[in-house]
Design a protein around this ligand. Structure first.
Ligand code: ADP
Ligand code: MG
Length: 449
């Protein structure tokens, strides 16, 4: 197989890594990485945030380099780059030229349209072609890995091609930047930057819910942009109604334009996506095999693509041709029929968290509400959400009968604090190590016995 671009090479590496590390480890640290650039002996890996970069650098650098070398057969050094940074480049004139770091693959052309995403797709095209004139704001929501970021960035690409000043930021980046601007007393600069955008794309806007000052800032930003007929597009994992901590005026601002959701794709759409991805990768796979993959992975397109990578990598490693039987072997234990096999048992998980915080598992599950215990409990919620397919209600139950809203709040709190709190980052790394020292068995068959 020939790999030409950084993206293709990295897809192959991810396929290999999926076989080498546990599912949850893969999910937490590797799934959202991309191949950005490959030049001479340098390979640049795109990561969602600095925390992931640091973790991979510290814990998985040699594994990644070894795997990469196994694929391109030459010595190479890796480096990490945080994706989607807010890179505003000043052009020669007084006009601000905006250069957001968008993923080149997330275009309308590479987006497969199905019943599940038709409305969101059509509205995205409309918004990209007539920014500020049709649906403003445009709000897209839907579950993980269903194509929200892809569509959002496709809008961005199209608008940039029409010389629109596009500003792309995740809710997390917006928050971090706002907090920094506050601290460094540079809020005017921050405000100007956002208000100069002709199109503002905010990915995962739900990150900022419950962060009062940031919400207020975003509300004013949106207000001013909208008054000036600048286009706003936001995405979220949650429906606006399911964000109890969102301030009322921001909610009504966001739902004041068009709201479109993306559902999980039907079989035919999953198959069409797999065909498109296989073609993109330049790999010839028969449709029986693609059908098998499409049958097995139902909830998440990122996972669908990951499974395809895994099958390709597996065939390459054992030097066999790709058949449905081989695919079935490669995908054992990761299909949606057996989702929990690879996840650590909840007791183990609670024990690992408790140990890392120096308290007992019994206390963690108890009614005790002092600061330390509450923090450890929230971390347990967060880790359980990441590592298992448990529902919010199940997680709440495992942790001594908390209600789902409390679990959501806990997960968000940790996700937010993790970006800046090194104590929590260290705890999480520690917990991950405890959980995966037994599960990162290179033999996928042995792992779940
Ligand atoms: P989300 O932001 O909703 O979590 P992403 O936009 O990151 O999901 O999509 C996850 C992966 O699935 C990406 O690689 C994306 O290109 C791919 N994907 C999602 N929907 C489609 C689609 N309809 N056609 C082609 N690829 C898709
Ligand atoms: Mg996304």
């Amino acid at each position: 197989m020939e790999y030409n671009t950084a993206r293709q090479i990295w897809d192959a590496v991810l396929g290999d890594l999926q076989i080498q590390v546990s599912k949850s480890n893969y999910r937490t640290w590797l799934e959202k990485t991309t191949g950005l650039e490959y030049q001479e002996n340098q390979f640049v890996i795109g990561v969602p945030n600095t925390f992931v970069a640091e973790y991979l650098d510290k814990n998985q650098r040699s594994l990644i380099e070894k795997t990469l070398i196994g694929i391109i057969h030459r010595n190479i050094q890796i480096s990490f780059q945080v994706n989607g940074g807010l890179n505003l480049l000043k052009s020669g004139t007084e006009h601000l030229a905006v250069m957001p770091a968008l993923n080149a693959n997330y275009t309308f052309e590479s987006f497969v349209v199905g019943n599940n995403n038709q409305l969101a797709y059509a509205a995205s095209v409309e918004v990209a072609e007539h920014p500020g004139q049709s649906y403003n704001p445009f709000f897209i929501y839907g579950g993980h890995g269903l194509g929200k970021t892809h569509l959002l960035q496709a809008i961005g690409h199209q608008a940039i091609a029409r010389h629109v000043n596009v500003l792309y930021a995740s809710g997390e980046q917006y928050t971090n930047e706002f907090v920094t601007a506050l601290r460094e007393r540079r809020t005017d600069e921050f405000r100007n930057k956002y208000r100069n955008a002709e199109m503002l794309l905010i990915d995962d806007v739900d990150f900022i819910t419950g962060k009062e000052q940031t919400e207020e800032s975003l509300f004013h930003t949106l207000n001013e942009l909208q008054n000036a007929s600048r286009q706003i597009v936001a995405t979220s994992d949650h429906n606006l109604q399911q964000m109890p901590h969102l301030s009322e005026r921001l909610r009504s601002r966001l739902e004041g334009g068009l709201v479109a959701d993306i559902q999980t794709p039907e079989f035919d759409t999953r198959l069409a996506i797999l065909k498109a991805k296989a073609k993109q990768k330049g790999v010839d796979i028969n449709s029986d095999t693609l059908e098998l993959i499409a049958q097995n992975i139902r909830q998440n397109i990122r996972e669908l693509e990951g499974s395809l990578n895994r099958v390709i990598a597996y065939a390459r490693l054992i030097r066999d041709t790709i058949t449905p039987e081989l695919a079935a072997r490669a995908l054992e234990n990761i299909g949606s029929q057996t989702p929990r096999l690879a996840a650590p048992a909840p007791q183990l998980l609670v024990a690992a968290v408790a140990e890392s915080f120096g308290i007992s598992p019994v206390v963690l599950r108890s009614e005790k509400r002092d600061k330390e215990t509450a923090l450890a409990r929230q971390m347990a919620m967060y880790v359980m959400k990441q590592e298992t397919n448990f529902s919010l209600a199940q997680i709440g139950k495992e942790l001594g009968g908390r209600n789902p809203a409390t679990v959501t709040h806990g997960c968000r709190k940790i996700a937010g604090d993790l970006t800046s709190n090194t104590f929590l980052q260290n705890r999480l790394t520690d917990i991950q190590e405890k959980l995966h020292q037994n599960t990162s068995n290179p033999n996928p068959e042995a792992r779940n016995k």
